[in-house]
Ligand binder design. Structure first.
Ligand SMILES: Nc1ncnc2c1ncn2[C@@H]1O[C@H](COP(=O)(O)OP(=O)(O)OP(=O)(O)O)[C@@H](O)[C@H]1O
Length: 681
């Protein structure tokens, strides 16, 4: 199990000299003989090679009559509809088979169901799905997740990390504990070379090009050496050279025996011809499934002739983008041309043939659809893809996950919180605050100033932190959901690591603020009291952060969360006992007890006037014993009579601590149970 230091040293110095270190490891070269005679050359230690080899069996993906129906709110389709929901078919009886070593494209116009099919094949968003998907001869099971990789269309990362840091953290988290650390690092190095991203390995992701980002995205998924790789429009947003380079990488991966399935929008002629087969969809139905070189001859049999010198992919896309009637004809023609049909379909076809009178001359250009029989699934490479029961669901245990995620959160948080500007801001505000309350007199007439200083310090940083906490999950949520969808780590380890790493960092600037402003303002010379006030300020910051995290995790969108936070914080501030001393009874009886400001304010007031210091009487408006004694003195604790103090210092601390733990736990539950997805398929 790696210690935090070790994890950090990978990610830190590892980037300076990992290559050197790896060179110095006793590398062993192994040739693994596959059952069908292919060989796989692996450069790793014995353990590493064996584990990675078992992680990547060759997998044939077979799908038969896959359909997907969802209930869409009726108003979305017809605003005048009286119904609540209308059924919508996103996929309609799509079948096919994709072998290891193939790169297969799913094509079709926007909204035809490419992503839906890809998700369904990858075992994601399975609500409303019927039909069968097999990996070799086994139906999808969640435990296969690690053998399947899904490269999302958006490149979601913590962009402040460098390419190598991103891959290293992912490798440490996602590669099995059976691999030694050096093997995990070796795998990272291998992926960097394989995807040709060595040149930008030490550049922050935010600065690299779109094509490089896409390769990092693929690299992240490739680390675990998956057998099947699904990619959602990997070339979108790339220039044609980068797109060709990317497809070249996919081809190289296929040559290692991986099964590659990608959706693609409008490929260039070169890319189009490089696919082993493509599936053309329109309105969720198959229109063509076969080799790219057979597409034009197929459509010619249906009377659609491509102009010479035209990119076949463009022609095919133009065809399916044409009017509804042509699309319907193409769908019907495909049904008739399908080779493997069951009896029922044949009789349906005959009826339709009478209607449309198509020839089936195009059949020769189509690939056979699987019939759903056992015969489709016989595969020479069949291996059990479902891990044995005693194998852990997670690649690494809870504690290593915690340490790796802690290291990452610490690094990311440090980068955002300790900028030069944040230091300048903290120092300027501290000095200005100190100057505003400069060397307050120990006198009766400064009691309101003393209380306002306390209230200010108990409000300023907590408010600041609450809004920071509010943004925390919404900004990270997509990345976390992506990582968790691939089974990288527990939510609890992420949450705990984030809390442990970010909490202390959030306290450094407020402590600096208090060190400067407290002594300039001359609050209370007792060092113990100073430390206690610091402790209360830090605790109320943690409470505020927990509340921010809770709102950020609960609210569906950031605007709602900011609105809710503003209303909440203003209300809690107003009932906190500083602004309004005589709240209306109905509000005062419970309102002030909800405000965490009240607890820290009350406690710090008591601390400030603690000890038997002698203050000068001035006029007697605040302290009763000064009323007829304008030139005398009073003991500081008497000043507390002026305030409506509720609980003792210790109880205030306990309540604040309880709020900190309670809000944090609720934030965790919200993150776990409130799904924030957009409802997409
Ligand atoms: N939750 C949903 N509610 C309503 N419609 C949905 C939902 N999810 C998907 N759709 C619809 O399903 C259809 C297929 O969506 P999908 O994302 O699979 O298309 P696509 O072919 O990948 O499109 P694009 O190329 O534009 O990404 C689209 O018309 C989309 O609007």
């Amino acid at each position: 199990m790696p210690s935090f230091q070790v994890v950090d040293s990978y990610v830190n110095e590892g980037f300076k000299d990992t290559a050197e270190k790896i060179d110095s490891y006793p590398q062993k070269e192994h040739i693994i003989e596959m059952r069908d005679g292919d060989t796989l050359q692996v450069e790793m230690s014995v353990d590493g090679a064996q584990t990675l080899a078992t992680l990547s069996p060759r997998i044939t993906v077979t799908f038969h009559n896959v359909s997907k129906v969802i209930n869409v709110p009726a108003k979305m389709i017809d605003p005048s509809s009286k119904e609540r929901f209308i059924e919508r078919k996103l996929l309609d009886q799509v079948s096919g088979q994709i072998q290891p070593g193939q790169v297969v494209a799913i094509m079709g116009p926007s909204g035809c169901g490419k992503t839906t099919l890809l998700n369904t094949l990858a075992g994601r968003a399975l609500n409303g799905v019927t039909g069968n998907v097999w990996f070799n001869d086994q139906s999808y099971d969640r435990s296969m997740k690690r053998k399947l990789a899904y490269v999302l269309q958006q490149d979601l990362f913590f962009e402040k990390l460098t390419v190598k840091q991103q891959l290293t953290y992912t490798g440490l988290l996602r590669l099995s504990n059976h691999l030694s650390r050096k093997d995990k690092l070796a795998q990272v190095e291998k992926i960097i070379d394989q995807l040709h991203i060595r040149g930008c390995a030490n550049t922050p992701i935010t600065l690299i090009s779109g094509g490089e980002k896409k390769r990092v995205n693929i690299g992240t998924e490739l680390l675990t050496n998956p057998s099947v790789i699904f990619l959602d429009e990997p070339t979108s947003g790339l220039d044609s050279t980068s797109a060709v380079a990317l497809i070249h990488v996919l081809r190289e991966l296929a040559m290692q025996g991986k099964t590659i399935i990608t959706s693609i929008h409008q490929p260039s002629s070169q890319i189009f011809q490089s696919f082993d087969q493509f599936i053309l969809l329109a309105d969720g139905k198959t229109i063509f499934m076969g080799k790219p070189s057979n597409a034009l001859p197929y459509f010619t049999t249906l009377g659609h002739h491509s102009p010479p010198q035209y990119n076949p992919a463009d022609y095919v896309m133009d065809l399916v983008n044409q009017d509804m009637k042509i699309r319907e004809e193409l769908k019907e023609a495909y049904l008739q041309n399908k080779i493997n049909t069951n009896v029922k379909t044949i009789s349906n076809q005959l009826q339709k043939q009478q209607q449309y009178q198509y020839s089936t001359a195009g059949r020769q250009y189509l690939l056979a659809e699987p019939s759903g029989d056992v015969a489709d699934l016989t595969n020479p490479d069949n291996v059990n893809l479902i891990p044995s029961k005693h194998e852990s669901k997670w690649p690494v245990g809870f504690l290593p996950q915690l340490l790796i995620l802690f290291s990452r959160a610490f690094r990311l948080s440090g980068k955002t919180q300790f900028t030069r500007l944040s230091f300048i801001q903290a120092i300027c505000i501290s000095v200005i605050t100190g100057l505003c309350w400069f060397r307050i007199d120990f006198a009766e007439n400064t009691i309101p100033d003393r209380s306002s200083y306390i209230f200010f310090i108990m409000v300023f940083w907590p408010m600041n932190t609450l809004f920071g906490g509010l943004l925390s999950f919404p900004l990270e949520r997509d990345v976390i959901e992506k990582e968790r969808a691939s089974g990288s780590y527990r939510l609890s380890s992420y949450f705990l690591a984030k809390s442990l790493a970010e909490g202390p960092l959030k306290l450094i600037l407020p402590t600096l603020f208090l060190i400067i402003s407290y002594w300039i303002a001359n609050v209370n010379n007792n060092f113990g009291i100073f430390l206690a006030i610091v402790a209360f300020q830090l605790l109320s910051i943690l409470v505020a952060e927990s509340l921010g995290l809770l709102l950020g995790a609960t609210m569906k969108n950031l605007e709602q969360a900011i609105t809710a936070a503003t209303i909440l914080i203003m209300s809690l501030m107003l009932v906190g006992g500083f602004y309004v001393r005589n709240l209306p009874h109905w509000l005062g009886v419970w309102g002030k007890w909800l405000s965490f400001f009240k607890y820290s304010y009350d406690a710090c007031l008591q601390l400030q006037f603690k000890g038997r210091h002698h203050y000068k009487c001035v006029g007697g408006s605040y302290v009763p014993s000064c009323r007829n004694n304008s030139n005398g003195t009073f003991v500081s604790e008497e000043a507390l009579q002026y305030f409506d103090i509720g609980l003792s210092i210790g109880l205030n601390f306990l309540v604040l601590f309880g709020m900190f733990v309670g809000f944090r736990f609720l934030a965790y539950l919200s993150l776990r149970f409130i799904k924030n997805n957009s409802g997409r398929t």
